[in-house]
Write a protein that binds this ligand. Structure first.
Ligand SMILES: C[S@@+](CC[C@H](N)C(=O)[O-])C[C@H]1O[C@@H](n2cnc3c(N)ncnc32)[C@H](O)[C@@H]1O
Length: 198
């Protein structure tokens, strides 16, 4: 199982999203939609072994955590606008501590970024923090039977406090490239590395 968790510092936490202006109207929901695309979409198929989370911290009701479960997703198509429409539906629901499904395979809750990561850590999963200044990818060994969780930042990053938290829980800080990449491209690279273990 592969899981990705991205912190979305400015993404709005209600359904007031203009689908014709995602970058401008919604605190960079466009970026999150591209990450969903990279997390799941293959040519004529979906990655069923993947779960994707984005925890949104924009106004007016932060946090809202979104969860996408690969083997339950239906009807979503790869374009940003379609993904944004499903997110809009999820954000129009009242969120609580319990995960609620809005459409097939898409859930929302009031879980915090750190609490989701801590839960994964307590489940014994290997936690990686993707960062330009991490240890080069070549220093790590990945095994086919492991469960992986990858933490990413948005255009702003995850911030110092969350970086300290990840260090405290022993997350492995890994760099995929000497160049700073977009978060959605990092997801593609991670999939590619893990695909080759099969
Ligand atoms: C556009 S970058 C964010 C840049 C932001 N200024 C920062 O300080 O983090 C988006 C995310 O992609 C990931 N990322 C970018 N380049 C990376 C690299 N070379 N190796 C690993 N992860 C990277 C990180 O998780 C980063 O937070």
């Amino acid at each position: 199982m592969k899981e990705f968790i991205i912190k979305a510092n400015k993404t709005v936490t209600n359904g007031e999203i203009n689908l014709k202006d995602l970058p401008g109207s919604s605190g960079r929901l466009d970026l999150i939609c591209r990450c969903v695309n990279s997390a799941f979409f293959l040519s004529h198929d979906l990655r069923r072994d993947t779960i994707f989370y984005s925890v949104l911290y924009g106004p007016p009701n932060p946090p809202i955590a979104l969860q996408f479960v690969g083997n339950e997703l239906k009807r979503v198509s790869p374009d940003e606008r379609s993904i944004a429409l499903f997110i809009k539906k999820a954000l129009e629901k009242d969120a609580s501590e319990l995960w609620k499904e809005s459409t097939s395979g898409i859930y929302s809750s009031k879980w915090e970024f750190r609490d989701i990561i801590l839960k994964k850590k307590n489940e014994g999963k290997r936690i990686f923090y993707l960062h330009l200044n991490g240890k080069p990818l070549e220093n790590f060994e990945f095994k086919n039977d492991e469960d992986f969780v990858f933490i990413l930042g948005d255009h702003i990053g995850i911030g110092e406090e969350d970086e300290e938290f990840l260090e405290e829980i022993g997350a492995e800080k890994i760099s995929l490239s000497p160049l700073e990449l977009h978060a959605d491209h990092c997801i593609i690279l991670v999939h590619n590395i893990l695909d080759k273990l099969k």
